[in-house]
Design a protein around this ligand. Structure first.
Ligand SMILES: [Fe+2]
Length: 274
């Protein structure tokens, strides 16, 4: 089936998630449940958001673009990426470095007729997420590189402990690895006024005990507040890659990412990346 012939109801499970019908009782129930989940646990999962039949096709489309995608592969710390604070001990949470490696397929590399783009551009979803997050305004990003993107993690790839610089992340898991590649997080471990380094140290030492490990399956949509919730993805084991699509929004219209960050992404592109 050609991608452009797919309607949104062939991609998104509208029976389970009537995102296109704001007056449906389940719409209001979803918003209420989602608001509670984000407020209490920083994460709202919408299992089987995508129809199961379409998920492998969406994963394969992105995997086919991997050779042209940008590669990130260097350690970073959870706060300032690479800077070391010499006033603090080397093992202070601010200074500990974590492995970080993955490929990222960029917005301009994803076909215009991709079912993934169809979901991202679907206005009822943007409106649902706006209400869920409690914003007055909410726009899809205009960034040619990162408005819509996908992270692909192969054997050994991992996304080390970090906080996000934006307050909410919207992701669609499209392919799970055979093992590893587990998303782990500590909800609201820090606040606006308290970094809570003692608990962060404890989390680093014993994530098995202190991190939450929400179940995630291909086709699930996840809304995650990562600015105050330390999180990571453990190393992927086995040949099957972990593929997750990322949707980027902003409260202001027409936003793009900072050029220094785009320059870094460009540096990771192979010669035939464009
Ligand atoms: Fe993150």
């Amino acid at each position: 089936m050609a991608a452009e012939s797919l309607s949104i109801e062939q991609i998104v499970d509208l029976d389970r998630y009537p995102i296109d019908r704001p007056d449906h009782p389940r719409y209001r129930e979803l918003l209420a449940r989602g608001g509670d989940a984000l407020g209490q646990g920083a994460l709202f999962a919408l299992p089987r958001f995508l129809r199961a039949e379409i998920v492998p096709q969406m994963a394969a489309e992105l995997d086919a673009l991997r050779q042209r995608s940008t590669r990130y592969d260097r350690p970073r710390n959870a706060y300032t990426l690479v800077e070391t604070d010499n006033d603090l001990a080397p093992d202070h949470p601010r200074n500990l470095m974590h492995s970080c490696s993955y490929n990222q397929v960029l917005n301009f590399q994803i076909p215009n007729d991709s079912p993934l783009r169809r979901v991202y551009y679907w206005q009822p979803l943007t409106e649902f997420l706006r209400i869920l997050c409690g914003y007055d305004s909410f726009y899809r990003s205009d960034c040619p590189h990162l408005a819509l993107s996908a992270k692909i993690a192969g054997p050994g790839d991992t996304d080390g402990w970090h906080y996000d610089s934006n307050d909410v992340v919207f992701s669609l898991l499209l392919q799970a690895p055979e093992a590893g590649g587990q998303f782990e997080y500590a909800p609201y471990i820090r606040s606006e006024s308290d970094e809570n380094y003692a608990e962060v140290s404890r989390l680093y030492r014993n994530p098995q005990r202190y991190a939450e490990r929400p179940p995630m399956s291909p086709g699930d949509l996840t809304v995650f507040k990562g600015d105050l919730s330390m999180h990571r993805v453990t190393p992927v084991e086995g040949e099957r890659r972990r593929i997750v699509a990322l949707f980027c929004y902003d409260r202001e219209p027409g936003t793009s990412f900072d050029q220094w960050y785009i320059d870094e992404l460009e540096q990771g592109l192979p010669l035939n990346g464009r």
